[in-house]
Design a protein around this ligand. Sequence first.
Ligand SMILES: Cc1ncc(COP(=O)(O)O)c(C=O)c1O
Length: 461
Amino acid sequence: MNMDIERRATLNALIDREQERFLQLHPRSAKAWEEGKQHFLYGGPSHWMRRWAGGFPVYVEEARGAHIRDIDGRDYIDFCLGDTGGMCGHAPEAVTQAAVRQLGRGATMMLPTEDSLWVGAELSRRFGPRYWTLTTSATDANRGAIRISRMITGRTRVLVFSGCYHGGVEEAHVEIRDGQIGMRNMIHPNGIDHDAVTRVVEFNDIDALEAALSQHDVACVLTEPLMTNFGIIPVDDEFHRAMRDITRRTGTVLIIDETHTISSGPGGYTQLHGLEPDIFVTGKAIAGGIPAGVFGLSPEIAERLWKIVPYVNPRERQSAHLGIGGTLAGNALTVAAMRAVLESVLTPENYQRMIANATRLAVQTRDIIDARHLPWHVTQVGARAEIMFMPKPPHSGADVIAGRQGEMETLLHAFYMNEGILVTPFHTMLLMCPATSADDVEKHAVVFSRFIDLLRKAGVV
Ligand SMILES: Cc1ncc(COP(=O)(O)O)c(C=O)c1O
């Protein structure tokens, strides 16, 4: 017990030291942050931006390819890539050109352009034959998918897995902690009665899933193919087959959210592993950083929806409202950017390079961990790698809650930033884009080794 307190005190002292170093290295960003706090609710244009481990975010001068330069003139290898929104790399030529061309011809008209025909066909070619809807974010795509699931089943509840994150979706802001269902780590309650709208079970727990769906009162299961937002929680071999079987038997819609696992390959995890979601969701990188999400209904689900909301009846136009937001959804600018991404950026060749670099990074990092006999591990999902300070990959959210070392993560992230590396602030995810180079990966290995030296010197490992 005392040793644990001592160790945590040492870690906190090291965090203080790295944050002080960060402040010294970033005087202009520090000043900008103080100014931003006078106008923005949480300091920056998005509340997420206050969560960087240095104590404040760096302000960006320019982002290009896999690198960012901040206003203090410092360069970073960007493995955060806007927490996946930048997975195409920053300012990819094809997207920039397509976006500029479309901006000159009109950004949003509440009318389709011919690019959308190409995009719809390509989405079906990659992710399976479906009927697609574009949104302005993955959050909105998930909300749309949930709403349609409720409409066609007449049921209210949504089942999610403990430790999940699906964006600003109230139903998914829950987790199991000490056997109790509560709000997901650090999300503040807001009066929503989760008992009425949500069921939550542990990932990979087939029996719990069966029990939770057996009352036939759940509209949909909303899940990633494997979990990426609580560190990476790999999926058991038999889980997908069982989940598909139970959801079919109980008349529950299965929504697979591939917002992050799109890192798996050109057709996502779904295509790679032959999954059969009723509704497929993705977003973030799909339009090269221009806000976008998509959801696609299987033909069977679309048929059920069309029975409730008929396809076309011009005389009853006002009754055909789907209750899904998005005046700007599917706008011409987004569609043009999405076409450029699918045609020229997230190509099989680029995925090959990204995945090869992620494999190199994962192998190198594992070798460093093994050589120092540390109880940590690295997982990989295509172009995405994750370092966790636990001996082996978690099997469920409960394992993450039991084993996660928050201070160690904060220290690593602050150290990374001071050494010129960015990773996603919420856990240690390192993502490759087409422009990530072998040198970038090599530099990571050097910095990660130095981090362990720092811990050794302080007697933490
Ligand atoms: C799996 C998953 N779904 C949905 C979202 C929400 O994406 P956005 O914030 O772009 O709406 C996220 C965000 O991290 C996510 O990880």
